[in-house]
Ligand binder design. Sequence first.
Ligand code: MRU
Length: 399
Amino acid sequence: MNRHGRRVHPPGTRQGAKPDKAHKVHPAPSVDPEPATPNAQSPIRNRQSAIRNPQSAIRWVGGLDGRMELIDQTLLPGEFKVISCRTAEDVWDAIKVLRVRGAPAIGVAAAMGVVVAVQNVPDDEKAVLEAAARAADYLATSRPTAVNLFWALDRMRRTAERCRGSGGRAVKEALLAEATAIRDSDAAMCRAIGDHGQHLVKEGCGVLTHCNAGSLAAAEYGTALAPLYRAQELGRRFRVYVDETRPLLQGARLTMWELMRAGIDCTLICDNMAAAVMRQGKVDLVLVGADRIAANGDTANKIGTYGVAVLARHHGVPLYVAAPSSTFDLRLESGDEIPIEERGAEEVTHGFGRRTAPAGAKVYCPAFDVTPAELIAGIITERGLIQPVDRENIGRVLR
Ligand code: MRU
């Protein structure tokens, strides 16, 4: 039982939970006849891993003639729909409009997108290599900030080149194996992040998180939410404050959805309530994810993270970033060099369809901001905790 007398269950296994509307699958036109379902038997949840885990946002079904499936996150929490991506354009679009989002998940999606692009190309090696290279270049233009996208595409490019000379079919098979390996290693990294970070989540503590850095944003445990899932598995009780995360509400729509499904005590707050909640002494720890971390530890994450970090410092609350090694970009000296995506004005002026600003209003809509390393108490990686956050410690842990 948790402190509110509710029973705590392992993530994604809320026992006795009645199937509700949100648990139904609504097949999209391109969905296969047996779409993945989000119940306890769901292949999308557990087939590729023995770990008992929360929902996985993305998977490959079958072999080279199989398909890529992902949860359409733009529809959550109202509708749970698994869609198939049949072309590289489908994958590009899914990344661009945030059907799949979160740095590690974007990397997995892009890798699988390369497989999708070569799937139906004749087994001629030259044609397959060209299609793979073209798809990698194209998918790299979908979003600019999360470095996992470029990291995964580089792995796919290297795999294709390594197989040059072994025939078109072999290249395709190697690309599928690599995409699957990227997905599986992401799951393992998230699990390890949970192990390295769970001790920070003390019995009875209050945690604040921003955006969604959970199982929807990465394979299985997620990054910032992984220490919470592990602490819950270890029987600890704690409460989580979830920033709604303007303008696209990844906190309200996605983090609340997955934490509630996992039976974790979570409370939604508007972004502008975080200061008051901290001042009231309700937050002992801030946990956030990352889209790109420079060599000096400066960290790009969802817009609003920097503000939360400033507030946390003012209130003496430690802020930890949780991210796999694939999120570090050691070629960049500092956060000043991280490309920050700007998104369309309508995301601010038309919150989910309804106009909330006068027509013609001038809008600035950066999707990410950079939190300077000095405001970060530590970075939890799959290789251990980086603390204090500086160039030397980053090099030592990631070496
Ligand atoms: O625009 P989004 O939803 O892709 O932004 C996601 C974030 O900023 C996450 O916090 C980050 O990618 C870490 S995900 C494990």
